[in-house]
Write a protein that binds this ligand. Structure first.
Ligand code: NAP
Length: 262
């Protein structure tokens, strides 16, 4: 990865593995959640390819970038639509990701938190696709169908009921931070992203630009009503992959004061 810009003044140039971790590490204020959202988009603004998945537009260099962000978070937060479309399961990790977590003092695996009003999720989400994986929490409502919740619990999923018609997202983030999971990586999708932004719950927006154009009716990183006012962002850093993918990080304004966890 080549650093093009870091607002902290790090000189531009090639970054080694330790420098990349230093750049991507979560800045966590004590006792608060830090929510980072992560999307990949084509240059013409689509977050999916013709097959409706993000995998078909993700540049090769994004595989490592995506995996490193997973290695550095306490929990991966994802909306049910994306979990269903992309076949999400409990998060498993490669050895190098586990090594990063051990060095950073993080739990062996991040928790997967799926946000769903319907709780219409395959209970196999509780188990990783291969090997070992982290815990799975379904954040849902008090009106979700009990039969679906029982099936998820039987499979080993923790069910967190916050809100009646839709999930109270602020309460879920507080709950996660309160149980020692403040570093939150939201991997979408667009419906959840818009809600989190509208509620002022996002601290950092990561956008990877894939060097490709797909046209077609593909979705954007947000879906739903326009925000009453445009949300201002501040550019934190820009990286370039060897395949010309561009990785950006923006902070939402006003920025939360940051420190390090003890
Ligand atoms: N390129 C990328 O980086 C990227 C990243 C993520 C997703 N995607 C793409 O985005 C598409 C999926 O998007 P989507 O339109 O389905 O949107 P989505 O935001 O992934 O999912 C929407 C669903 O999430 C649940 N949800 C969201 N907020 C909720 C709340 N406050 N309370 C309760 N439930 C809530 C609901 O699930 P229930 O219906 O279960 O109630 C809702 O129907 C896929 O094609 C995926 O590939 C691309």
């Amino acid at each position: 990865m080549h650093l093009l810009h870091d607002r902290r003044g790090t000189p531009a140039g090639e970054l080694g593995p330790a420098e990349l971790v230093e750049l991507l590490r979560f800045p966590v204020p004590p006792s608060h959640a830090w929510l980072r959202t992560n999307f990949v988009s084509t240059v013409d603004g689509s977050i999916t390819g013709a097959d409706g998945s993000s995998g078909s537009i993700s540049p090769d260099s994004d595989a490592h970038h995506f995996a490193l962000h997973r290695a550095l978070c306490d929990a991966v937060v994802v909306a049910a639509g994306t979990a269903r479309a992309e076949g999400y399961r409990a998060v498993d990790l490669a050895d190098w990701q586990r090594d990063v977590r051990a060095r950073e003092g993080l739990a062996p695996f991040p928790t997967l938190v799926v946000v769903s009003a319907s709780a219409d999720l395959d209970p196999q989400i509780a188990t990783p696709a291969t090997g070992e994986g982290g815990p799975v929490v379904v954040a849902t409502t008090t009106t979700a169908p009990p039969g679906r919740l029982d099936a998820l619990r039987d499979a080993g999923v923790e069910v967190l009921q916050r809100g009646t018609d839709s999930v109270d997202l602020a309460a879920v983030l507080d709950d996660l931070a309160g149980r020692g999971l403040p570093r939150l990586l939201c991997e979408g999708g667009p419906g959840l992203h818009r809600e989190l932004l509208a509620l002022g719950l996002v601290d950092e927006v990561l956008l990877t630009l894939a060097p490709t154009v797909v046209a077609g009716p593909g979705p954007r990183t947000t879906r739903g009503d326009g925000l009453p006012d445009p949300l201002a962002l501040s550019l934190a850093y820009v990286l370039r992959g060897e395949d010309d993918a561009v990785f950006t990080s923006y902070r939402t304004l006003p920025e939360k004061p940051v420190g390090r966890l003890e």
